[in-house]
Design a protein around this ligand. Structure first.
Ligand code: AMP
Ligand code: MN
Ligand code: MN
Ligand code: MN
Length: 294
């Protein structure tokens, strides 16, 4: 048998070169195995082009990991950019392919606007630069960040976002994404479950975060990410409480983009007691465990 997970460690959020990750889908899968991840969801920004290669790598090399088809959609809610992860989606479903095409157009248009703004600030060639760095994948702010670092405009990601790409800065374009509801509907139509991504990372006050979680539940969202490898003290407990209060299942994911000292596939991913793991509510996410030979 191929593609059977032996390790019950779930990492349900990560990126490949198909969007702004640095590793190929094959390398991400291999790394997941090295990190003893048994169930890995590939969740690139607004695209699914890394999914098949990742799944194929696991099958071809008989790796002990289940690779789940996923995506991370950019949406806008109350003028905040909110990310919605879809897990176990049918990447060929017409509703999904249509929706992905629209998101892709939206990203392309935004990339053009970002480049125009940078050009006005005496930084030419940003669209060509970001497109080159995206290597045929979707263009994200991460690619503009790398371009600006290449140009010597900043030394690192944190700095380049702070100076050029964060809200209100020279290269920032206000969000024109779809609504959360549209993303959730597309995920549901294609058979997936919809997960509110990294709720602690939107800079929302407790009051607004509660509103967001309640809204997500109201429009039919299924789960929210509760555990990540980098979280503020008490964040996990707080998110677990919101999940319970809103009857949302709990997910966990590293949001791995590239090898670095502080974020790693599978690292520090565990759920507080009292929440319902998303793989228990949606058993199709759970791996088939190999039985030990008698
Ligand atoms: P986009 O979806 O094109 O807006 O790009 C968002 C991506 O940029 C995120 O998924 C992160 O990978 C990266 N990013 C956003 N904000 C920051 C930041 N402050 N520092 C470093 N990377 C960031
Ligand atoms: Mn990213
Ligand atoms: Mn995200
Ligand atoms: Mn992500």
């Amino acid at each position: 048998m191929s593609n059977i997970a032996r390790f019950p460690l779930y990492d349900l959020h990560c990126h490949t070169r198909a969007s702004d990750g640095l590793l190929s889908p094959q390398a991400v899968v291999q790394r997941a195995v090295d990190m003893r991840v048994g169930v890995l969801a590939i969740t690139d920004h607004d695209c699914v082009t890394g999914v098949s290669a990742a799944q194929q790598a696991a099958i071809d090399q008989n790796l002990p990991v289940n690779v789940i088809a996923g995506v991370e959609f950019s949406t806008v809610w109350e003028n905040h950019e909110i990310h919605i992860v879809g897990l176990n989606i049918d990447i060929h479903h017409p509703v999904m392919t249509g929706f992905l095409a629209a998101q892709h157009d939206c990203r392309q248009t935004r990339a053009e606007h970002i480049a125009e703004r940078l050009e006005k600030a005496q930084i030419p060639g940003a669209l060509a630069g970001a497109t080159r760095l995206a290597e045929g994948g979707v263009i994200t702010r991460g690619h503009f960040a790398r371009f600006l670092i290449e140009q010597g405009r900043a030394d690192n990601f944190a700095q380049v976002f702070k100076s050029y790409l964060a809200r209100g800065k020279t290269g920032y374009v206000p969000p024109q994404w779809c609504t959360i509801e549209q993303a959730v509907d597309a995920i549901h139509h294609s058979g997936g479950c919809a997960v509110l991504a990294h709720p602690g990372r939107y800079g929302l006050s407790a009051k607004w975060l509660k509103r967001l979680v309640a809204h997500f539940r109201e429009i039919g969202g299924d789960a929210m990410e509760v555990a990540q490898c980098q979280q503020a003290p008490n964040e996990r407990t707080q998110l677990a409480q919101y999940a319970r209060e809103n009857d949302l299942a709990a997910s966990q994911g590293s949001d791995f983009h590239q090898p670095c000292p502080w974020i790693e596939l599978g690292r520090k991913l565990w759920l507080p007691a009292g929440v319902e793991p998303v793989w228990e509510r949606f058993p199709e996410l759970a791996p088939v465990f190999e039985c030990a030979e008698r």
